[in-house]
Design a protein around this ligand. Sequence first.
Ligand code: ADP
Ligand code: MG
Length: 331
Amino acid sequence: MSDLIISLEKVSLNYNNEINSGIRDIDLSIRKGEFVSIVGESGSGKSTLLKIIYGLLSPDRGEVYFKGLHLEGPSEKLIPGHESMKMLSQDFNLNLYARVYENIESMLSNDDLSGKKQRATDMMKLLGIEHLAQKKIVELSGGEQQRVALARAVITKPEVLLLDEPFSQLDAMLKTQFRKDLKHLCKNLGITIILVSHDSVDGLTLADRMIILKGGQIIESGRPEDIYVNPSHAYTTKLLGNAFTLSAEEARLLGIKSRMNTVMIYPEWVQLTSGWTGKKYLVREVFFKGFYEDVLLERKNIQLIAINYKPGIYHKGDQVQVRILRYLEFE
Ligand code: ADP
Ligand code: MG
C-alpha cells in the first residue's frame, strides 16, 4: 500500500473543444500530508485542475484516483465534490448574517452538541479568531472572513484541503499571517494541502513541492528551492523571480560567454561593487522599496536590474561597478 492520496494520469479537459483552454496531459501524484503548490499565470489552468481533483469537473481524457480508487466526476454523483476533501475558493461561501461561531459550528453534525461547541472553540483558537465568535460575518474585514472560511473548511477534518488563490483578498500583513496559519494547520492536523496561486511567493514559501503550470501543462515539478535556482525553463525564472532575459549576443557584450541562445539573470545575482573588479554601468534609475532598492543599470544599451540593500548610496547618473555572480542559460 503506497502513501499516495491523489493521482492523476494523463488528465485533459478543454472547454468548448478549444484546444487552448483548460488543461492538458496532467500527470500528478500527491502523497498523504504533502503540501503542494501549483503556480501559474492567470489562465494557465489552475482552477480547472483543482476542480477536477475535487470532482466538480470531469476530465475529457485521463483518470483521477483518490487513494487508488477512481474518483467520480459530477456526472456520476448526486452531490459533486469529494467527502474527504474541502475546497476553499475566492468566494468564501459564508452566511453573512450569521455569527462567526454559527458559521463554523454549522459544518458539524448535531449528534454530539457539547463536543461540537468544543471543536468549534478549539478551531477558532487555533486560527486566532476566538474573540470574533459573536460577530456577524458582515462585521468582519476581508482577512477575518478568510480565516472563518478556513476554519469552516478544516473543522470537519478533511484529508485534503484545496485552496484556490486563498490570499488574493488579503493585504501584505495579513498574507504573512495567513501563510503561517496554513503551515501550522498542515502540520497540526496532518492535512494534505494543494494550493494554487499566481503569486510565486505562495508557492515558494509554503510548499514541500512546487509545480509550475503553463498553458494548461506542467512544465516543472520539484522542491521550491531547486526549481528557483535550477529551473528547466527560462519562463520559470520570469514567473518566480522577475529574472531578465538577455540574448546570447547581449550577454556577450556584458562579458558573459554563453553557447546557448538565452541567458536569464535574477536581480539578486547582479552585484554592485565599490572596487574595480566589475564592469562599468550607468545608473539609469533607482526605485526605493523600503529596506532595499531596485537599481536599473545600463551598459552598451542593455539594461539590468540589481538589488541594493543599502539604500541611498547610488543615484541616477552614477557610474558603478557591477559583477554578475550567476546566470542561467537556456536554448
Ligand atoms: P486559472 O485558474 O489558472 O486562471 P482556469 O483554469 O480558470 O485558469 O482557466 C484555464 C483556461 O481555460 C483559460 O484560458 C480560461 O479562459 C479557460 N476557461 C476556464 N473556464 C472556462 C469556461 N467555463 N469556459 C470556457 N473557457 C474556460
Ligand atoms: Mg483561477
